[in-house]
Ligand binder design. Structure first.
Ligand code: NAD
Length: 433
């Protein structure tokens, strides 16, 4: 019988053929070989019972599904992982790891709620989440004034060939969400929040903040009551101020502020795509960290930290940097002011949501996100984070920056500070019920 080894990514034993089939096309054979060497041989009895329990067809389908779910994982990450794995792990770390593993939730069994699930972002993002194999239950929550009833969006999504159930829930405008959200939020693992108004032409960020902060607060209040352990992914703008406001309110209530995460994935997605276009490389294998914040000059793509990104000629970098910063406005203009990025945001939000679920099930992921942070002198910042069994497990340092990026970091911090302060002031003046 072919030898099986345990892939530490999911704790399942695979033969060399299965493992190499899964990673084929994404990583070079050499890299897969190296990764195989780091996988521990499966214990006989265990692997036997596993093999018996799992019919061949299922294993194959699983391998395929795995390949799909992992399609976005960049090569560089795998390499780094292989390298890191090759290093001996200190005993204490192994113990801590084992403990973390115990706290993981079983994959494929997650409950996800999309608040504002009938909006421009909400609907396509709900569809992508309904297709995620980790989602067992999907709840669509929106207001009675939304252009589409949540029950309609749910009924539509129910017909997808997926195992997950989908239900719609309605809240009444101008009434506290806590009155309507007990059922969808109870037992939820992930709450995606695009509920709120998009910025209209001529509207200042502060005006938008006043409206959307109150909307977000109502929903966060309901989460604090019904699912305090869930991860709350904030998409509603202005993220730079909303996240500090909501995280500080969580802290005031005695809850974990790290559960409140600002979704900045769209900036990463755009940076990857633009670098791919410029260097003629597949954006799937590009991973440009985008740090700072999620508005205008606070968005700082760190091209120098990606293999393809560092190939950009130095004279092109400032334009590419600006291209990523202005990409949202380009969408608003192309839509003649009738809307902002919805489809690409739904894609990015679902990519982030899937990464969270993956982390919760014990398959760690690294993504950029905006959250409470100590990597700079600002209390909130976007940078790479490791997503694990409890949500954000570790906030990673910024890494090496080149001259352009170092200069830009100062600009980022100056603008971001004011936007963080707006959020902090809101939290000082308000409390969760
Ligand atoms: N983080 C990002 O990268 C990013 C990108 C694009 C847009 N956005 C932001 O996402 C938000 C949503 O954008 P959109 O284009 O989907 O807007 P939209 O108007 O199409 O949808 C918003 C939805 O939220 C609902 N809603 C409003 N108040 C609510 C409440 N109190 N409870 C529940 N639902 C409520 C509305 O009924 C609507 O269905 C905006 O704030 C926008 O600025 C963020």
């Amino acid at each position: 019988m072919a030898e099986k080894r345990v892939d530490p990514e999911d704790g399942v034993a695979y033969t060399w053929d299965e493992l190499s089939q899964f990673y084929k096309g994404k990583y070079k054979k050499k890299e897969i070989d190296a990764y195989w060497e780091t996988c521990k041989p499966a214990k006989r009895a265990k692997s036997k019972s596993k093999a018996e329990a799992e019919p061949k067809a299922k294993t194959k389908a699983k391998t395929k599904g795995k390949a799909k779910a992992e399609a976005a994982e960049p090569k560089a990450k795998a390499k780094a992982k292989v390298k890191a794995k090759a290093k001996a792990e200190p005993k204490a770390k192994v113990k801590a790891k084992a403990k973390a593993k115990k706290e993981t939730k079983p994959s494929g069994n997650f409950k996800v709620v999309v608040c504002g699930g009938c909006g421009g972002i909400g609907q396509p993002m709900a569809m992508l989440m309904a297709m995620d194999r980790n989602v067992k239950e999907l709840c669509i929550y929106d207001l009675d004034i939304s252009p589409m009833p949540p029950a309609g969006v749910a009924q539509d999504l129910i017909h997808l060939e997926r195992k997950c159930t989908v239900k719609g829930y309605v809240g009444k405008v101008n009434e506290p969400p806590v009155n309507f959200m007990e059922e969808p939020l109870t037992g939820a693992h992930l709450v995606l929040i695009p509920a709120g108004l998009p910025r209209k032409p001529g509207q200042t960020r502060d005006d938008l903040f006043k409206v959307n902060a109150d909307i977000a607060k109502g929903i966060v209040e309901a989460c604090a009551k019904y699912c305090p352990e869930a991860v709350l992914a904030m998409i509603v703008n202005p993220v730079n101020s909303i996240v500090p406001a909501m995280a500080e309110l969580y802290k005031k209530k005695g809850l974990d502020p790290m559960k409140i995460i600002g979704v900045t994935t769209l900036d990463v997605v755009r940076a990857n795509k633009f670098v791919g276009e410029e260097t003629n490389k597949n954006p799937n294998f590009i991973n440009v960290p985008v740090i700072g914040g999620h508005a205008g000059a606070t968005i700082l793509p760190v091209f120098s930290q990606d293999k393809a990104g560092k190939l950009l000629p130095a004279e092109k970098v400032p334009d590419m940097d600006k291209h990523v910063q202005d990409a949202g406005t380009d969408v608003v203009n192309a839509k003649n002011g009738k809307g902002s990025a919805t489809l690409s945001m739904a894609y990015a939000g679902a990519r982030f949501g899937s990464a969270i679920l993956s982390g919760l099930s014990g398959r760690k992921r690294t993504e950029c996100a905006y959250c409470a942070s100590t990597v700079t002198d600002l209390p909130y910042f976007a940078q790479k984070v490791i997503l694990g069994p409890t949500g954000i497990e570790k906030v990673l340092p910024l890494g090496e920056l080149n001259e352009h990026e170092t200069k830009r970091l100062e600009e980022v911090k100056t603008q971001l500070k004011g936007e963080v302060d707006t959020g902090l002031k809101y939290a000082e003046a308000n409390s969760l019920a």
